[in-house]
Design a protein around this ligand. Structure first.
Ligand SMILES: [Zn+2]
Length: 643
């Protein structure tokens, strides 16, 4: 059983320790959280700094009039408040003590919530001002028997404003024998003037190690056998709340009896076997499409919850990122060492960008998998996409490959796309200055792939298109000739002669492109601006062409960042329900009329500069290092600058 692997997703709704597990002598049940409630400060788990401070204060007789304990549920807020109350009132000694006896009348009554001088108020059920007025009334009288009148107000943030104001009255001038203890999960909702009169102790989440340790003590004492892995799973699921952990253990024991095996834990916590996650990721790394589909089939046959699997796989990708980037991933991931080692190994199969894109792709499908009548189809498709996703290489690797002379062809994990691209890209056709890629609308028979008669496609689809890929269309015009204006419709460029077919742009931007924009504006307004500022946009088949008039603009610069393209592609896929490739490029219309070199001021600002740039461009594209990068990154040359 020790070899079981697991993952935790932390989406439980617990009924806060109400699940009965242990039969008491009188026939009633007592839950673990109750049975194991700390009876002295030393027993409090995971809040050592706060406990030490309070103990010292008690022993030195420095008692505040109001305390506030905040933190998530189940970290010990009311437990500490009760211990503090016992310490103040314990009758075994004649002054406040950090070691209440737990046996005197005061201690026992406080434990059983029936001490007349220690009054507990649940603000969640008594939010109104009346309950606080009554409390204020009681506060005026000296304690009936013990040293202090203690008011423990649970869920204090639930009090109404008038109740807070009533409370404030007593807090402003508290009688010497009164101590308030406010407990809350949401301290920011407590009236600031109230909070400022309290000693505020924020209780942190309890560490997994502390929770696991406490669970181990409990199961050993209760004579229940649970493996260390099993307890770790419970601790992780409890997410820092000891009470949640104890409640889960209650359920497990109720379910499994004295021997709780790991399968029971996995089943009850709704976890997905971690082995599945490593397995699926391995297949994706190998780009094994058939394997991925068989894998889903097997999960379906085994009755795995596919949505849960998706969530856990997202967690797994995140874990891979952590393992790849953080020196001590154990600090963040809290997994057994064997899992961490394995994660680190698997992380080597992907670049950070791969993980990023994979996460985005999977995350975009998660909701659909959840909602779908047939989640299997959705999962199959997204896993297949992940498997087909071309791997990106870190730029450092490219550089080192170049240095070692292995050239553009070297790379690990290249999928089918990549290799075909390589052979296309490397066939020497390429290097016509892309800038000048004239691509006359109807005279580019060799232009790559789909070449309908007009627009951005010829000029710009080629360089970035993933499938048959060429640096630019084969027909290489003499560099000095003036490019015919491309068939792009250039918005905002009325001076340009003969803009062709304006409707192409206008008709699409409202329709599908409008949908894409809508999605994108929500997701990333900055990226949406790229489309908005493009001089021409066109959606043809499954490719979105974005064209800019000038090289080097800020939006174009943003586009050279692949993640921006990725963001647009995701938004497009989400909007249109199919995969859209985004291709961006520079409009060649800027012209290359023969003109003096750029040093001369010209009345036509674009002419000479552009001409000069074209020459630079040509030189750049012929540069082997540039070729290598453009090829390896499957990117475009977007700007050339003389330095
Ligand atoms: Zn006592």
């Amino acid at each position: 059983m020790g070899s079981l692997r697991w993952v935790v997703h932390g989406r439980f709704s617990l009924n806060g320790g109400k699940f009965p597990a242990f039969l008491m002598a009188d026939g009633s049940y007592q839950v673990l959280a109750r049975r194991w409630r700390p009876q002295k400060f030393d027993d409090v788990v995971g809040q050592s700094a706060i406990v030490r401070t309070l103990s010292n204060a008690l022993d030195q007789g420095r008692v505040a009039h109001a305390y506030c304990f905040s933190g998530i549920r189940g970290v010990g807020k009311t437990t500490i408040a009760r211990l503090l109350a016992k310490g103040l009132n314990c009758r075994s000694v004649d002054a406040p003590t950090s070691e209440p006896c737990g046996e005197c009348e005061a201690c026992v009554e406080i434990e059983e919530s029936r001490n007349l001088d220690v009054i507990e108020l649940d603000a969640a059920s008594q939010t109104g001002v009346e309950s606080i007025r009554r409390l204020n009334e009681v506060a005026r009288y000296t304690p009936s028997r013990d040293r202090y009148r203690v008011f423990i107000i649970d869920e204090t943030h639930m009090l109404s404003t008038s109740a807070f104001n009533a409370l404030l009255k007593t807090l402003e001038e508290p009688p010497p024998h009164v101590v308030f203890m406010l407990a809350t999960t949401e301290p920011h909702k407590i009236l600031q003037t109230v909070l400022s009169r309290c000693q505020h102790y924020p209780l942190g989440r309890i560490s997994q190690a502390d929770i696991t340790g406490q669970l181990r003590r409990i199961v050993d004492a209760e004579k229940v056998s649970v493996s260390d892995d099993g307890l770790s799973m419970v601790a992780i699921a409890a997410d820092g709340s000891l009470r949640d952990a104890q409640s889960l253990l209650d359920k497990l024991i109720a379910f499994g009896g004295e021997h709780v095996d790991d399968e029971t834990v996995v089943g009850l916590l709704g976890m997905v076997d971690r082995e599945l996650l490593f397995g699926a990721t391995e297949l994706i790394a190998q780009q094994d499409l058939g394997g991925v589909l068989r894998f889903v089939n097997r999960m379906v046959e085994q009755g795995t919850d596919l949505h849960q699997f998706t969530l856990d796989l997202l967690g797994h990708l995140r874990a891979l990122l952590v393992a790849a980037t953080v020196e001590k991933p154990g600090d963040i991931l809290h997994l057994p060492d064997a899992d961490l080692t394995r994660l680190r190994e698997q992380a080597k199969l992907f670049s950070i960008d791969d993980l990023d894109r994979g996460f985005a792709l999977l995350s975009a499908s998660e909701y659909r998998i959840k909602q779908s009548e047939v989640p299997r189809y959705e999962l199959e498709m997204v896993l297949a996409r992940l498997a087909r996703m071309p791997r990106l290489e870190p730029i450092e690797e490219l550089i080192s490959q170049l240095r070692s002379g292995s050239g553009g062809g070297a790379s690990g994990g290249s999928g089918p796309h990549r290799s075909s691209e390589r052979s296309d890209g490397g066939d020497g056709v390429s290097t016509a200055p892309r800038h000048q890629a004239t691509a006359p609308p109807s005279s580019a028979p060799d232009a790559p792939s789909a070449t309908p008669s007009r627009s951005a496609g010829e000029a710009h689809a080629a360089p970035a298109s993933p499938a048959p890929r060429k640096m630019s269309p084969p027909p290489t015009p003499p560099p000095s000739t003036v490019s015919p204006p491309p068939t792009l419709v250039a918005r905002g460029n009325g001076a340009d002669p003969a803009p062709l077919d304006p409707p192409v742009v206008e008709s699409t931007i409202g329709g599908d492109i409008g949908l894409i924009l809508g999605h994108l504006r929500q997701k990333s307004p900055l990226t949406a601006q790229i489309i908005e500022r493009a001089d021409a946009t066109e959606l043809r088949d499954d490719t979105l062409f974005l064209t800019f008039q000038q090289a080097g603009g800020i939006f174009e610069a943003r586009l050279s960042d692949r993640s921006a393209l990725g963001t647009i592609e995701e938004a497009a896929e989400a909007a249109l329900g199919r995969k859209i490739k985004v291709v961006a490029g520079i409009d060649a219309a800027a012209g290359s009329a023969p003109a003096p070199l750029p040093s001369a001021q010209s009345s036509d600002p674009e002419g000479p500069a552009s001409r000069h740039r074209d020459e630079l461009w040509k030189r750049a594209e012929e540069e082997p290092m540039v070729k290598h990068f453009v090829d390896a990154l499957r990117g475009n040359l977007t700007d050339v600058e003389e330095i």
